[in-house]
Write a protein that binds this ligand. Structure first.
Ligand code: NDP
Length: 480
């Protein structure tokens, strides 16, 4: 059967674009549909603008430190509109680079929503259809709000980059990557940040010692972080429920379940009642309460593609779905929700399908960083997970780097290696420090190669640096 294309990619994010380009480079006839802006979450509303905001937010501290190092400077202030204008110009530039790259690779772009009509056909918003031998679903995910009245008046991460002005105060709900990164960013930009996390400690799933230090450093910097706290009610300040017996109650005003007329209420200060009973008003509430795969209304289940509990596309080790002509990569599959992983899944897909070289993407020992201030760089097992699994030794050191000590800053660094007692291999490395994201990339190579503690010990220190501590930890802090 003749198809219009060899491959049709739905979604122009990091994974989809890489798959389209690499498949086209094999001589395949490829098309890609994107309903929003080319570049997807990473480029347009995620990693890239977030990292630029991280850079912007760090200057407040850098200026303070400069004073401690003998520089005289006048106190300055951060101008969000100036930064925002430049930020969006940069995003426009990156989007056009993505389009150009696709064009040069010979990929046909459809600026439209595309859904599956049958296992070999996609349908555009205007009703037109095209056929393809293979369809790759790379539609990513979207932020979700909790199911409470007025939650639609809260912001999600997509909205932060579009704010007209920075709020004076913000309440961030959640304790994951996005919540903690934006707590630090917004605090650095001068916003009064309060954060409620429902669990006992932020950054669930990461190494306990590392998450403990990050929480402490965030509080030290002035972030009002509350653990074991959630939001139980919220409403625009002027529609907050009145206690029984007040004038408004007597007049029959509702006292529970506040509703909002969304348009009229957008941007109003929000009244919030927390699980600990406190009631406060914030300029904005920001829900960083997780993400879900973009699978709704795509026609997947209708053609037999199996979805999981979180409505993610279920795929095998080669990214093939339950319908043989349909593959899926990236966040829509909920394997490891990170851009570089989506890119690797894309390349493995092309090897498998277009180069006759079946290749499984490798999801083991993926290094990653959380861009809090200080950052957390991590690879492999946490101390807790490793100890449940086998006999380990833990090497750990926490200290005040000389740059901070000289500037009078209390901020500490953590270097930690989790070592298998039997094989001596490094099972996990965890670094809390400025630029820990940069450091873990390098450490990650050694860990991925199967380095032992003794390999680290044999490597001479680079002095004076923060990272020299990773090769000079002589005796275990804990063993067992
Ligand atoms: P996460 O899953 O990391 O965190 C979600 C947070 O929201 C958790 O703390 C969770 O609590 C909490 N939560 C969930 N539902 C509710 C609720 N109903 N009420 C209150 N709290 C709730 O999601 P993120 O949105 O932060 O990030 C999504 C993914 O994006 C990450 O997993 C990561 O893979 C990726 N990402 C990567 C970054 C990087 O590499 N630097 C940066 C940003 C995102 P609990 O822990 O109790 O479940």
């Amino acid at each position: 059967m003749a198809f219009d294309f060899d491959l049709f990619v739905i979604g122009g994010g990091s994974g989809g674009v890489r798959a389209a380009r690499t498949a086209a480079a094999t001589g395949a006839k490829v098309a890609l549909a994107e309903e929003s802006r080319m570049g997807g979450t990473c480029v347009i509303r995620g990693c890239v603008p977030k990292k630029l905001m991280v850079f912007a937010s760090k200057y407040a501290h850098a200026c303070d430190d400069a004073g401690a190092y003998g520089w005289s400077h006048k106190p300055g202030s951060f101008d969000w509109p100036t930064f925002r204008r430049k930020l969006h110009k940069e995003l426009d530039r990156l989007e056009s680079v993505y389009r150009e790259m696709l064009g040069k690779s010979g990929v046909k772009i459809y600026d439209s929503r595309a859904v599956l009509d049958d296992p070999h056909t996609v349908k555009f918003a205007n009703g037109r259809t095209v056929s393809a031998r293979y369809i790759l679903v790379a539609t990513g995910g979207h932020p979700v709000r909790p199911d409470i009245p007025c939650a639609e008046l809260g912001l999600v991460s997509n909205d932060i980059f579009l704010l007209e002005k920075l709020p004076k105060s913000i309440l961030i709900i959640g304790g994951g990557y996005i919540a903690c990164e934006f707590a630090c960013i917004l605090h650095g930009m001068g916003v009064e940040v309060t954060q409620y996390y429902r669990g006992a400690q932020i950054l669930r799933g990461f190494d306990d010692e590392a998450r403990g230090l990050i929480a402490e450093m965030m509080r030290d910097r002035g972030i009002d972080l509350h653990v074991g706290s959630s939001i139980v009610e919220m409403a625009p300040e002027d529609k907050r429920p009145r206690p029984h017996g007040t004038a408004s109650d007597a007049a029959g005003a509702p006292d529970t379940n506040p509703k909002s007329d969304t348009d009229e209420d957008v941007g109003k200060p929000m009244w919030v009642k927390a699980s600990n009973g406190t009631e406060r008003v914030f300029d904005h509430v920001f829900f960083a309460t997780g993400r879900r795969p973009n699978t709704s209304g795509l026609g997947l289940e209708e053609i037999g593609v199996k979805l999981g509990r979180d409505r993610q596309v279920i795929v095998d080790a080669y990214s093939q779905s339950s319908v043989p002509s349909v593959y899926a990569i990236g966040d829509v599959t909920r394997r490891v929700e990170l851009t570089p992983v989506a890119i690797r899944e894309a390349m493995a897909f092309t090897e498998t399908v277009f180069k006759d070289n079946p290749t499984k993407p490798d999801h083991d020992l993926v290094p990653s960083a959380i861009f809090t201030q200080p950052e957390l760089g991590t690879i492999g097992m946490t101390e807790e997970a490793a100890r449940d699994d086998r006999e380990i030794e833990t090497y750990s050191t926490s200290f005040r780097p000389m740059q901070h000590a000289f500037a009078g800053r209390s901020e500490r660094v953590l270097m930690k290696l989790v070592v298998c007692k039997e094989t001596r291999r490094i099972l996990g490395a965890h670094i809390v420090a400025d630029d820990a994201g940069e450091l873990i990339q390098m450490v990650g190579i050694a860990v991925k190669m199967g380095a032992t503690k003794e390999d680290f010990d044999r490597t001479c220190a680079v002095h004076p640096t923060i990272s020299e501590e990773i090769v000079t930890m002589a005796s275990p802090a804990r063993s067992g």
